[in-house]
Each structure stands twice: as C-alpha cells, then as structure tokens.
Design a protein around this ligand. Structure first.
Ligand code: G3H
Ligand code: 13P
Ligand code: ZN
Length: 311
C-alpha cells in the first residue's frame, strides 16, 4: 500500500468513536519504534514532521524512512506536515510526496487565516493532498516559538462553520486547553480540558474531523527515569488519559503526540548511559530508547486512542 491520506482513516475513526495517533518523527529509531508498535496491534498511523524536524533530518531521508516503514509493516500510513506556517513550506511538502499538510494560521487574524488556508487547500486538493487548519491558539513551545499562556486562546465555536466552509479544509485543530511541551498545567492544579467547547464544535460541524494538538500525557514513569538519572524535569504535567479517551470518543479523530516520545526516548538513553557509562556504540543506548517508544505507542493505541485492530 502506498502512503495514504487521512481521509479514510478519519471517516472510520469518527464513525467508530476512536482516534488516530499522529506521532512526530525525526529519525530512524523513532519511526521504527512507532511503526513496529502499530503493526503489532494493527493500527493505522499518521507520522508527522515539523519544519524543524524536516530541517534536522532532511525531507528526502524522512520520506524514504517512512516509505521503508510502510514496506516493512504494510500499515496504512499518512505522512503529514505538522504546523506548516507558509504556503511555500506546504507546497514543498506536497511536491515532495507528503499526503497531508497542516497550515497553521492560528497566529493570524481570522480573515488572514482564512486567506492563507484557502490558498493551501487549493494547491493541496489539486494534488490529492488533504489539509488540516487551526482556529484558536495553543500555549507552549513549537520550534523556537514560545506562545505564553496569556497569549493563547480557546477556539470560538461560533467561528468554525464559517471557517471550514470558506477554506474547504479537511480537518480542524481546535484549542480546548491542551498546550505543547511537557509543562502543560500548573503543578497542584487539576487539568481539565474544555470538552464543552469540543461538544459545541461537534454540534456545528457534524461528521467533521477535529484535531487535538498538545496531547501528550507526560507519562510519569519516563519523567521519573529521566530525573533518577541526572534529569531535572520538575513539575512536568500532561493531559489526563481519561480526558483524551473522552475526546477520541467525540469528534476528535487525530491526537498529536511528540513530548511523550521525546521523554520515552530520553529515558531509555539516560538509563542506559547511567548503567553503562563506558558505552560509546550509539546502538547500545538508541535501542533502549526505541524499545521505550514501542512500549509507549502500543499503550497509547490500546488504552487511549482505541485504534487497535482498525488497520
Ligand atoms: O507541535 C510541535 C511539535 O512538538 C514539534 O516540535 O517544532 O520542536 O519539532 P518541533
Ligand atoms: P505534545 O507536546 O503534547 O506532544 O504535542 C505535540 C503536537 O501537538 C505536535 O503538533
Ligand atoms: Zn501541535
């Protein structure tokens, strides 16, 4: 099966009340850990690449690695640009074989966001590629951009119908209280997503796939391993898994996970280096990182996303 768009995946996920995991990738071990776990539990997958990851690994390497993962597992895999910030970047990924792009115009005014998204949709649809857009603004860190909590804003449900009908986008990322990175909520507070906003959006856009960014749970097990082996991740806090499960049973069809992968990989490396300080063969410490990613992704698919057995 060639690399696919997310159209079919989202249709089935919406109807089946589950979500597809969209995992950020930037090297071979991460791609292998994710795809081998998904193959074990027969789950469709979205692998996503940020502008920073594309710069780090180069487009052609990521493309070939994802093609290799598809050939190795036979899974339906969608290759997606995460947080594209310009028409040119989206065009370059479309021309280079990605099957899905995100144009993130959330930092612009409503009208500018509509205009930019429309331009990307026109080019993408001409090339058989689907487009994710964003309304509302998440807090946290993406690449070098740090959106402060006070500059973030929830999605306004009253804007979503007009935005989707005017842009023709295929899915919509909304802001309901998640944020990027490992420090999502104040320590001592009880994290609570605004599922009421999601419900309102779902009423206004029946059948339309919604995307949740910043959805890592910041698994304590990996944070603890990192801290026990020289790390200093104090007050890391993520999205409770039961709230993600609830969102997946509603209109959320795509759940973005990057920070949890970073933590799992780093925990494997730190633990190995601490146990075997003499190790200098990268395979010695990258393999445990890859194993942690495998374990993490399998648990996400089965316990949170509910996409096991759907490939
Ligand atoms: O949403 C952002 C992702 O976590 C990607 O992060 O831009 O540092 O690669 P990055
Ligand atoms: P996390 O930082 O919660 O993993 O979010 C990742 C993300 O939204 C990528 O677009
Ligand atoms: Zn994101």
């Amino acid at each position: 099966m060639p690399i696919v768009t997310s159209t079919e995946m989202f249709k089935k996920a919406y109807e089946g009340h589950y979500a597809i995991g969209a995992f950020n990738v930037n090297n071979m071990e991460i791609i292998q850990g994710i795809t081998e776990a998904a193959a074990e539990v027969r789950s469709p997958l979205i692998l996503q690449v940020s502008a920073g990851a594309r710069k780090y690994a180069k487009h052609v390497y990521l493309m070939k690695l994802v093609e290799a993962a598809e050939a190795d597992t036979g899974l339906p895999i969608c290759l997606h640009l995460d947080h594209g910030d310009s028409f040119e970047l989206c065009k370059s990924c479309i021309d280079g074989g990605f099957t899905s792009v995100m144009i993130d115009g959330s930092k612009h005014s409503f009208e500018e966001n509509v205009a930019l998204t429309k331009q990307v949709v026109a080019y993408a649809h001409d090339h058989g590629v689907v487009v994710e857009a964003e309304l509302g603004r998440l807090a946290g860190i993406e690449d070098a951009v740090n959106v402060k909590a006070e500059d973030s804003s929830y999605t306004r449900p009253e804007e979503v119908e007009e935005f989707v009908s005017r842009t023709g986008c295929d899915s919509l990322a909304i802001a309901i209280g998640t944020s990027h990175g490992a420090f999502k909520f104040k320590p001592g507070t009880k994290p609570q997503l605004r599922l009421d906003i999601l419900e309102e959006v779902e009423k206004r856009l029946p059948g339309f796939p919604i995307v949740l960014h910043g959805a890592s749970s910041v698994i304590p097990k990996y944070v603890d391993i990192i801290n026990a082996n020289g790390g200093k991740l104090v007050d890391a806090l993520g999205v409770p898994e039961d709230q993600l499960r609830q969102a997946a049973s509603m209109a959320v069809c795509k759940i973005n996970i990057d920070s949890d992968l970073r933590l799992a990989m780093t925990a494997g490396i730190r633990e190995t280096m601490a146990k075997e300080p003499e190790a200098f063969d990268p395979r010695k410490y990258l393999a445990p990182g890859r194993d942690n990613i495998h374990e993490l992704v399998k648990a996400k698919i089965v316990n949170v996303l509910g996409s096991d057995g759907k490939a």
